[in-house]
Design a binder for this molecule. Structure first.
Ligand SMILES: NC(=O)CC[C@H](N)C(=O)O
Length: 359
């Protein structure tokens, strides 16, 4: 069946429908990872967005359920050049086509994703519609596209109840703002007992559980849409509990302590973004998925200083909080998909908890 991708600037791409045939209006973003499409589909940070994969062949190893980063796919749509018709891998359990269909996620294949990515890169991220309706009315479509914006996506994707991953080591409270599974897993593998809290949990409840450390997760949408969570994070900042935050968590801690965030032209999404550790000068290759960033000029140097910078565009990729056991990164040390270069940051968090305990 034919499908169309209609962009807010009037461009129309014609391809074939994959997954669900329903219409989807979303923000269109591109990801340059060559593999890891299942982790991309199931990363809750993509709620409210449809993802274009720039790598031209997607799906060749199928779907391996074990690799899911949450219990379901969260993207609004999936856009690829060529979808593998015959996945082949010893772990393969399903095809992307089936997986998208079962989960009612629409997609489009067979379009020139290079041309599409160039448009997004030059004009910036924009809204788009995926539809199988050949008789779409352009004026109606444009009205819908202009009206669309990501709202409070966090409350949509967070867990409903708290849960615990047992461990004999440090007790970590993980605030789930749309957490990828590999965050809890990375802590659990290091022996931590991880208690996962819904995003609407109060700071008082977390503090009362007396954790050795607090972890703020990644998550979808505009960080400024999370006013209530920001208030609770401010209270966590006031304690002396060690805190480590990733991506949305990093942005929210910055907002909670007086800094500002802004929307990047087309974001960073992929598996090979170079970040520089400002202290050592060493560059790490990181997995990233963000559309917003902290404005370093808005930082009060008495509160927080840049710890990592993106080598491509010089934007901020991490902060160290002055006089606090707090450090935060904009990229993904849990790296699923992506290089494992930065997994040492979890060890750094464990060391911080150890030092605090022995102080
Ligand atoms: N992966 C994330 O946590 C993304 C954070 C935020 N939603 C952004 O796009 O910048």
């Amino acid at each position: 069946m034919k499908a169309f991708l209609i962009l807010e600037d009037g461009h129309v791409f014609t391809g074939r429908s994959i997954g669900s045939t329903r219409e989807a209006v979303s923000e269109i973003v591109f990801n340059t990872s060559m593999t890891g499409y299942l982790e991309v589909l199931t990363d809750p940070s993509y709620a409210g967005q449809a993802v274009v994969m720039t790598y031209p062949l997607i799906g060749n190893y199928g779907i391996c359920y074990e690799d899911m980063e949450s219990e379901r796919p969260w993207v609004d749509g999936f856009i690829v050049r060529e979808l593998s018709r015959m996945p082949s891998n010893f772990r393969c359990e399903d095809t992307i086509q089936n997986f998208l269909e079962k989960n009612d996620i629409p997609g489009i294949c067979g379009i020139d994703t290079r041309a599409l990515t160039k448009i997004l890169r030059e004009s910036g991220t924009m809204n788009g519609m995926i539809t199988t309706n050949e008789n779409y009315d352009m004026d109606e479509v444009m009205k819908k596209l202009k009206a669309y914006s990501t709202g409070d996506e966090v409350s949509k994707v967070t867990c409903r109840e708290k849960s615990v991953l047992p461990g004999a080591g440090y007790k970590v409270a993980l605030l789930d703002l749309g957490a990828k599974r590999n965050i809890a897993r990375s802590l659990n593998e290091r022996g931590c007992e991880v208690t996962i809290y819904p995003s609407f949990t109060t700071a008082e409840e977390i503090i009362a559980s007396n954790p050795d450390g607090i972890m703020l997760s990644n998550g979808p949408g505009d960080p400024k849409a999370c006013a209530q969570v920001i208030k609770e994070i401010r209270k966590l900042y006031e304690t002396d509990i060690p805190i480590f935050a990733i991506c949305l968590g990093h942005q929210l801690m910055a907002l909670a302590t007086g800094a500002d965030t802004f929307k990047l032209k087309y974001g960073h999404r992929g598996g090979n973004h170079p970040v520089k550790d400002m202290e050592t000068g060493r560059v790490y290759i990181s997995s990233q998925n963000h559309g917003y960033a902290v404005n370093p000029e808005s930082l009060d140097p008495k509160v927080a200083v840049p710890a990592f910078t993106n080598v491509n565009d010089g934007t901020n990729e991490g902060l160290k909080y002055v006089g606090k056991n707090i450090f935060t990164v904009q990229y993904h040390p849990e790296a699923c998909p992506g290089p494992q270069d930065s997994s040492y940051l979890f060890d750094r968090f464990l060391k911080m908890m150890e030092e605090k305990k022995n102080a």
